[in-house]
Design a protein around this ligand. Structure first.
Ligand SMILES: [Zn+2]
Length: 270
């Protein structure tokens, strides 16, 4: 009986390990049937061939190096990308997630793997989306798990830098954005705004507003200040309002108010 039990346990363990390697741990699995792996200095990319990677590894590496100077942080380990050609791939790799079929890519705060969905997999701006997700990975790598979860609540910065430095053209053009009403813009950005009143125009509008706000901070206060804020932010994201005041010399609320009152013909220089 003891022998049988041991055999059954062994078979169950084998099934569980195989399932993990086939699914949730595929981004790290040494065996990747059907997928190819390309390494660059700062990235590991897994994809089916065909259709192939469709972006040059050199272009990906250059984007990640640029991101390091944009954010003033260095990658501590490789950014991992898994390109999903079918929604069933995503369900296989992240069976616990319920992802809307409008999402182009997702980076998990725990594990830090990026999954690219069929929405952007074959788009010409795939590299921009990889850069956007790599910005999340770079911030997360410098934060504790607890802080990463806190950062999830602050799209204004986490999505703001990802959109601004990664894929600004994927969201609302600036002119269109400037026609939005100031209260709608503030509600879309401010994490303390009433959640019931947020979501005007959906996540695309919010991402656009977040990216626009980060662009405004750079224009108004300079890139060095944004880097200083980024470094303070990853250490204690919950204290962002205190850090914001300290680094930029104005309150978060005043900066937001200034953002929406900018005359449309100016480039944010008043
Ligand atoms: Zn994002």
């Amino acid at each position: 009986m003891g022998k049988l039990l041991r055999r059954v346990s062994f078979v169950i363990a084998l099934v569980v390990v195989s399932w993990l390697a086939y699914g949730p741990l595929f981004a790290w699995s040494p065996i990747t049937p059907g997928f190819r792996t390309t390494h660059t200095i700062h990235a590991v990319i897994r994809f089916r061939d065909p259709p192939g990677l469709r972006v040059s590894p050199e272009a990906i590496e250059a984007a990640l190096v640029r991101l390091q100077s944009d954010l003033g942080l260095d990658f501590e380990s490789s950014a991992r990308f898994l390109l999903c050609d079918e929604w069933t791939d995503l369900a296989r790799f992240t069976p616990w997630l319920r992802v809307s079929h409008g999402v182009g890519a997702i980076t998990l705060p725990i594990g830090l793997a990026t999954y690219v969905t069929p929405v952007v997999r074959n788009r010409d701006d795939l590299l921009d989306f990889l850069t956007h997700e790599a910005a999340h990975t770079l911030l997360y790598q410098h934060a504790s798990i607890r802080n990463r979860l806190e950062m999830e609540r602050q799209a204004w910065f986490v999505e703001g830098v990802a959109v601004h430095f990664g894929n600004p053209t994927a969201y609302e053009p600036r002119d269109e954005f400037r026609r939005a009403s100031p209260p709608d813009v503030i509600r879309a950005i401010d994490p303390t705004a009433n959640l019931n009143q947020r979501g005007v125009g959906g996540f695309r509008f919010s991402y656009s507003a977040d990216g626009y706000f980060v662009g405004y901070l750079i224009e108004q206060f300079g890139h060095d200040r944004l880097i200083a804020f980024t470094r303070a932010y990853v250490n204690d994201p919950a204290a962002y309002r205190v850090e914001f005041q300290h680094v930029f010399g104005v309150s978060f609320d005043d900066a937001l108010r200034d953002l929406v009152s900018l005359p449309s013909e100016s480039n944010g220089s008043h």
